[in-house]
Ligand binder design. Sequence first.
Ligand SMILES: [Zn+2]
Length: 477
Amino acid sequence: MKVFFNLVFALLLILICIILFNTFSFKSRQIEVAPNEFIDVRKGCISRLQESIKFKTISYDDASKIDSNQFLNFHAYLATAFPLVFEKTNVIKINKLGLLFHWKGKDSKNPIVLMAHQDVVPVEESTLNNWKADPFSGKIIDGYVYGRGTIDDKGSLMAILESVEMLIAENFVPENDIYLAFGHDEEVTGRNGAKAIAAWFKQRNIIPKMVLDEGGMITNTKVPNLTKTAAVVGIAEKGYLTVNLTTSITGGHSSMPAKNTAIDILAEAIVKIKQNPFPTELGEVVNSFMDYVGPELPFTNKMAMANRWLFSPLIKNIYSNSPAGNASIRTTQAFTIFQSGIKENLIPGEAHAKINLRTLPNTRENEIISHLKKAIGNDLVKISVEGNKTDPKQVANLDDETFSHLQKTISAFKKDIVVAPFLMIGATDSRYFGEITQQVFRFVPFTDLEGLHGVNERIAIQEYKEGITFYYYFLRK
Ligand SMILES: [Zn+2]
């Protein structure tokens, strides 16, 4: 008995030693760089941002509702606000409303693409009273510019143009060609804007060295347990897939119902799918996130992330408990439409439901379908797939110089900031570029205070100016 206890004790000791060794050798991946000098941004940059908010460049699913004039007037305004950009770069219009600027550098091969989108989501009538300022006024209140698009995504679009205007004024010539790609329908799939812009590159066989679009941001709250400010950089994004479930049986009068109606069968299928969620997996991107954030966390969190071989069930469990965490580690499913029945005393012959799935990178469609089939276990439920799906396979390589350039620029721009790669849950325009280059990153140097598409979208004046300097140094170095 004593030998047994001694053995257990010895094993426990070894385990503790391994855990501690891994924790203490879990080295920070943050890089020390000298902070950038704060440059004098162009006079009037805030009023230009305010002006940009006034154009109601709203995109709608129903393309006929889009007011093209708002976009064309916005373009005309940009030409007066950034005269050097329009004079020194080649301005290419894509599908009338998309804008692509080509700024020639010393080397035309492997250009760098900065993306942002011109369009914004509508403002719901019912929320108008909750706005502190008219959402299309660009009004300043207590050091913030208010309005739809300040964060998503005109703030970034305007800051990029401000930085390029400054660099051109300094006669700066970039090493590589620079493209500014501003689609006009990001909020409604980007099919006429960014998709066409990416196709333009493809046709000419121009392979960008890197692409930087919106996505990740600066946050003080969204990385649990981290006391420092974080800059999260999207290095991949989830896929989008909608699946139809249909049940067809003989209908009839509800006074003599068969054992199961179409609604019963489909409802049962939905319950079964909910009871069988897709499996969790930390995956390449979430593992990278932990590699970068883990060493900066308090001891116990650091220990868990340094010893994923042991603690991954616990980590997955913690992740599963928040919607954002859960979405990072599994393919999620949400039932968004259920249709059946037309009359209270008639048994419907058909029932339809739609599940919107957000798939982890590298998940195959047939795996998803067979998972659902198995969960349902009933051939009366037919499964089909909607056409508007995306399946981005691109995951950026963090060992490449493009990531270290981005990381250095972020580290130089804010003191003590933790740079962390992460998996984008939502879709961005940049996914179309993921088909032609691996090095696609999603980051804007701003803090989203109210949640995207929310009420009182706003940006701090100081942060906007710092954002201009971010793009300035990103392009200059
Ligand atoms: Zn956006």
